[in-house]
Design a protein around this ligand. Sequence first.
Ligand SMILES: Nc1ncnc2c1ncn2[C@@H]1O[C@H](COP(=O)(O)OP(=O)(O)OP(=O)(O)O)[C@@H](O)[C@H]1O
Length: 581
Amino acid sequence: MTIQQVWNRSFAISPPSRWKETVRMMEQEVLFVLEEEDLFVSEDQEQRCPGLLGAVRKTAPDRLVPVGVATPDEIEGREAEWGQYEIWVFHSSDGVIEGWLPTESLYRHFYRMYKEQQAYYALELETVFNTSYDMFYISDGNGITQRVSPSAERIYGYKPEELVGRSIYELEQTGVFRPSITRLVLERKEKVQVVQTTGLGGRLMVVGTPIKDEQGKVIRVVNFCRDISEERRLQSELEDARELLEGYKQELRKLSEMTVREGGFICKSEPMKQVVHLAGKLAEVDSTVLILGESGVGKEVVASFIHHNSHRRDKPYIKLNCSAIPEHLLESELFGYEKGAFTGATKEGKPGLFELANEGTLFLDEIGELPLTLQVKLLRVLQEHELVRIGGTKPVKIDVRIIAATNRNLQEETRQGRFREDLYYRLNVVPMHIPPLRERTDDILPLVLFFRDSYNKKYKKEKSFSQEALDCLLLYRWPGNVRELQNIVERLIVITDQDVIEAYHLPEMLSHAQHAATKVSVSDILPLKTAVELLERQLLTMARDKYGTTTKMAEVLGVDQSTISRKLSRIKPASSFGESR
Ligand SMILES: Nc1ncnc2c1ncn2[C@@H]1O[C@H](COP(=O)(O)OP(=O)(O)OP(=O)(O)O)[C@@H](O)[C@H]1O
């Protein structure tokens, strides 16, 4: 039975709602008379303690009546022990009970009971206050700190005693926390829930609640503060892991694209033959290679060709796309870390890709995306052939061949200060430029046929292309280079219902090429090379007559200005064309 229940069974001598009042009266030594209903709350109570009501009623005026009251030993959960006390009962002249008055011994009993219960509540509150991982922060109506739980030291970096007595306005100004939730509660006079930043860089979710007096004036503000920095850290770690995963997924997709190639390496055009020739020579030496070229031209294919034809072929070939990994994770991916190097580091530490690629080749794709801080570290590895893991002190010897690739203009990047000049020269020992597909149109048809056969095999189909469709593919500019061509051929093989893929099956972006294809008509059979040359000559002459400058010609014919100059020099001396005449 709880205290409240005991009080009720004690015939509501003083209902709990009035204990406080009773105690206040006692403390002020004021006697007071309780109402009859305080004594006899309900018939139900009379039923539970039969006889008492009758006994009181039968009492002669102004007589002492014995009553049973729970002793103070009965505190939450313990069985009540009943003590005997007496009360004064007052009757009116016609015998109606007017009120009653506890005797002094009963007053003392009330008092003890109240104080013990108060102490019990205070103990409960104290325990919650002192042991909670969350923080309670209590201020008065003027914003002066009254009480703070010990977790303040962890959260704000101040012990409770260093905060008590200080103004929250001052603490906000000095940056212990921002904003002050107490200030907001005092301003708005209502409950406020806001995220607060601490001077230590943490973040708290704070719920501030006003306590008001009878006139509605805020006399206390109780803040409940939960540290959410950890949640945010975990969330950001999760996001990092997601980004990492996404990076690897991209790499996997590329890998699956590559498996279709199964070692097939198409190089029919003259420029591509030169690239392969150079790659063959580079495979014989260990020098650093920088492969330049637009996205999808085959830089990775060439890197892999170099590795697989070098003496390192039986050692690891590891590829890292510097733009696919979030900047802050790139360092540990590349250089590894020692155990406990940072929060989130595994217990054992982890080797980076440099160590994993030891004795083999590390292909750093999109090197232009490497942050400047890591560029310094990479330069050191290239120069000293050793690295130090994050959080480590011991240098680790490394024997790795670096092949880097980029579709950016690295020279321009160095001018802009985004790429270190010293690293650029260190990487640029042997640069290789892979021309875009539109500049080696002789590769288009072999590539289309190669991917057609690969995907026919993969999807168990027997599709072929109509001549008109092939013409469109040949005339398209392929801004996405070989990768785009590969994807389009795959899509056509998969989604076309008919066995022959016609021009109208081609995706929309090829429609311009298709349109162009119908604009060109050939009246006789002649060798393709001659036909292309004739067409090229006609186009160049037309464009030259119409526009007059190589800049404009390059724009309308969709090639670089240098290509125009080169081609024009074959049909007419280049000197007759100015840069932007
Ligand atoms: N000469 C080729 N023969 C056969 N397949 C090729 C050839 N060149 C490129 N590919 C294929 O085209 C796709 C893109 O090539 P790759 O990934 O090497 O291009 P990249 O220049 O490295 O692109 P990015 O700059 O976007 O990384 C790959 O699937 C690759 O197998």
